[in-house]
Design a protein around this ligand. Structure first.
Ligand code: PLP
Length: 412
């Protein structure tokens, strides 16, 4: 017979006592979150701090964004704007600025009162969307390698993730495989373009094919577009929601963190039909309710920066991409040149290395550089086993120093 709950009955061998918080046989962490542990970014940033190595692991800039935007945040704080709970959907100034941004860059029209929701970064937008739209057992198709919060958000919502592999060297989506992956249980596609970590930017043809499938199979799509302003060369970011049939089935998510180099402010947004945004707002209310009050006013000003800001930001990061691409190539890595984002995926096999996780755990000692193993972003245990990601959103002297250290270690 089972003992009544809350009555500890002793601890079986090998299972630590846990103070009566739970039955001793059951792990404390919800088992649907098994394997999620500590994010690899936290592990690698801690390693960078402990060793003093150059951190090209976690993707945050080492230079803050525009001074005028920082000053706008200071002004909001001083003027008492946003210091108390802002409106649940976000402050009106920011919602208006998000609509103006979508119109300026993509010709998209949204109603600031019903079709826009401000979130605590894109991360909360993604989590709230999964919690709102999924029921237990619903399948979510997402590109593999995954940005690591996807697996957690899908699991917390009771969903089942279905990986769609992007394979080296081109990392293009296999649209036949996508079609084949759709089942009766598929509820939504979770799309990230520009894609972290591979740097893939979906083309209009690929997006058109994905949109046609979504319409044909009546799927919802959640798009993570946080790198929308980091598309290099002659490429362009095309929001999936702008394609025929997608306006009422797409939850489009973006954020100020990457575009304005203030990743700590955590101001993100969701745009879509009133029905979808209302569903996401329902779960978002009970996650944070609201966040980042004064920063919302500053981001409203940031979004209104002239086109020249956005162009200079992209050009700066493109120069850095080229610099680190050259450095990693010279050190002997196979480099997959990204079309967007601020990451470079490499392969360490040409260096005689066989395991990205081991490589990244020892790299700070060997070279004084921190990187992130892409292998942790795959469900398939052997896929990406020798892929390593480097962030290039750092000062040029830092990138040059990192490249020179890697070259000293590996170029023999
Ligand atoms: C950085 C990042 C996010 C998180 O954005 P926040 O606004 O900081 O929450 C989401 N998706 C991808 C792909 C990212 O790289």
């Amino acid at each position: 017979m089972n003992p009544p709950t809350g009555t500890p009955t002793g601890t079986p061998a090998g299972v630590p006592a846990c103070g009566g918080l739970a039955s001793p046989r059951r792990p404390l962490l919800n088992r649907s979150l098994d394997g999620l542990g500590t994010t690899i970014f936290a592990e690698m940033s801690a390693l960078a701090a402990a060793t003093g190595a150059i951190n090209l692991g976690q993707g945050f800039p080492d230079t803050d964004g525009p001074e005028a935007v920082r000053e706008a945040a200071v002004r909001a704080l001083r003027d008492g704007r946003g210091n108390q709970y802002p409106p649940g959907a976000g402050v009106p100034e920011l919602r208006a600025a998000i609509c103006a941004h979508q119109r300026r860059f993509y010709g998209l029209e949204f109603d600031p009162d019903t079709e826009v929701l401000v979130t605590a970064g894109a991360t909360e937008g993604i989590a709230a969307a999964m919690l709102a739209l999924l029921e237990p057992g619903d399948e979510v198709i997402a590109f593999e390698p995954f940005y690591d919060s996807y697996a957690a958000s899908i699991a917390m919502a009771g969903g089942v993730r279905v990986p769609l592999a992007l394979r080296a060297p081109d990392f293009r989506p296999d649209l036949d495989a996508l079609r084949a992956a759709i089942t009766r249980r598929t509820r939504l596609l979770l799309l990230n373009s520009p894609h972290n970590p591979t740097g893939t930017v979906l083309t209009r043809d690929e997006l058109t094919a994905i949109a046609a499938l979504a319409v044909e199979r009546d799927l919802l799509v959640v798009t993570d577009e946080v790198y929308e302003h980091l598309v290099f060369d002659d490429g362009a970011h095309i929001p999936l929601i702008s394609l025929p049939g997608m306006r009422d089935r797409t939850v489009s998510i973006s954020s100020a963190g990457k575009t304005f180099s203030f990743t700590g402010w955590k101001v993100g947004w969701v745009t879509g039909s009133a029905e979808l945004v209302s569903a996401v707002r329902t779960t978002k209310q009970f996650l944070t309710y609201v966040a980042s009050g004064p920063f919302q006013y500053a981001v409203a000003e940031a979004l209104a920066l002239p086109d020249a800001y956005y162009a200079a930001f992209r050009d700066d990061l493109q120069t850095k991409r080229d610099l680190l691409t050259a450095g990693l190539t010279a050190a002997g890595f196979e480099v997959y040149r990204p079309q967007g984002t601020y990451f470079i995926t490499t392969d360490i096999a040409p260096l005689g290395e066989t395991d990205a996780l081991t490589f990244c755990r020892t790299l700070p000692q060997r070279s004084g550089v921190v990187a992130v193993p892409n292998s942790v972003f795959y469900d398939h245990p052997t896929a990406g086993r020798t892929q390593v990601r480097f962030a290039f959103c750092k000062r040029e002297d830092v990138l040059k120093e990192a490249a020179s250290r890697l070259r000293t270690t590996f170029d023999r």
